[in-house]
Write a protein that binds this ligand. Structure first.
Ligand code: AP5
Length: 225
């Protein structure tokens, strides 16, 4: 099954994708994580993407598309995957559909995390990440046992540069102007589902699990042929 997670920054897409990967064996493909890895390793993609990411703007479609379509093709043996942060524009979504079609695959479900602005600002300003294993925490909602230290590997936590209040505002604006239209795009395909992103993480996960149980991917492939 192939699932797209949609929603504003801080809606909890990454948190739920990690849970689904751990508990149900999905491959988790996060554009943000892949881009940040490229920035860290100073690759060609990383050098081009850095300034856009730091400003809270979208990285140009051509860069992201090449990177993600290659990732999906190379992951072909593993056909159950979750796309977290991709597509982010209707243009990206159309290109993705076209590419999946060539591989005789399709997106089976897009899950929209309906989340209030107040919640996302609170979550993003309080988010902390492990500098080594990437584990995700929140200073209030999901604190570590020892302040500033990762529970899983004992490494130091850090705050993402784009999690400053000013950049968060920009990211929300970009989401409203460039990403929100994807809700209608997937609604028109009849594959849009919704979860309440404002709820606590285990409750969101249980809504997601219920939705997953109702999805029959084979039906969708029949429609596409
Ligand atoms: P990306 O990394 O994808 O950032 P984002 O979409 O802004 O999403 P976030 O990671 O901020 O939020 P999330 O919904 O995953 O929330 P999380 O689970 O972490 O992208 C970064 C940048 O890369 C973009 O700005 C852009 O420049 C570029 N980019 C990426 N994809 C692109 C594309 N396709 N095209 C062009 N450019 C692209 O949770 C947030 C916090 O809340 C955490 O602290 C967590 O612990 C806590 N939390 C989560 N869920 C809950 C809950 N239910 N209750 C309480 N706390 C919770």
């Amino acid at each position: 099954m192939r699932i797209v997670l949609l929603g504003p920054p801080g809606a909890g897409k990454g948190t739920q994708a990690v849970m689904l990967a751990e508990k149900k064996g999905f491959l988790h493909l996060s554009t943000g994580d892949i881009l940040r890895e490229n920035v860290k390793n100073k690759t060609d993609i990383g050098r081009k993407a850095k300034e856009f990411m730091e400003k809270g703007e979208l990285v140009p479609d051509d860069i992201v598309l090449r990177m993600m379509l290659d990732t999906i093709k190379n992951a072909r043996g593993k056909n159950d995957f979750i796309l977290d942060g991709f597509p982010r524009t209707v243009y990206q979504a159309k290109k993705l559909d076209k590419e999946l079609d060539k591989l005789k695959l399709a997106i089976d479900m897009a899950v929209y995390f309906k989340t209030s602005t107040k919640t996302v600002i609170f979550r993003l300003t309080g988010r902390r990440l492990c500098s080594k294993c990437g584990a995700n925490y929140h200073i209030v909602n999901m604190p570590t046992k020892k302040q500033g230290v990762c529970d899983k590997c004992g490494s130091e936590l850090y705050q993402r540069k784009d999690d400053s209040e000013e950049t968060i505002k920009k990211r929300l604006e970009v989401y409203d102007n460039q990403t929100k239209d994807l809700i209608d795009y997937y609604k028109a395909q009849g594959i849009l589902k919704e979860v309440s992103g404002d709820l606590e993480a285990p409750k969101v996960y249980s809504e997601l699990s219920e939705i997953l149980n109702t999805c029959k991917p084979d039906d969708r492939h029949k429609v596409r042929k």
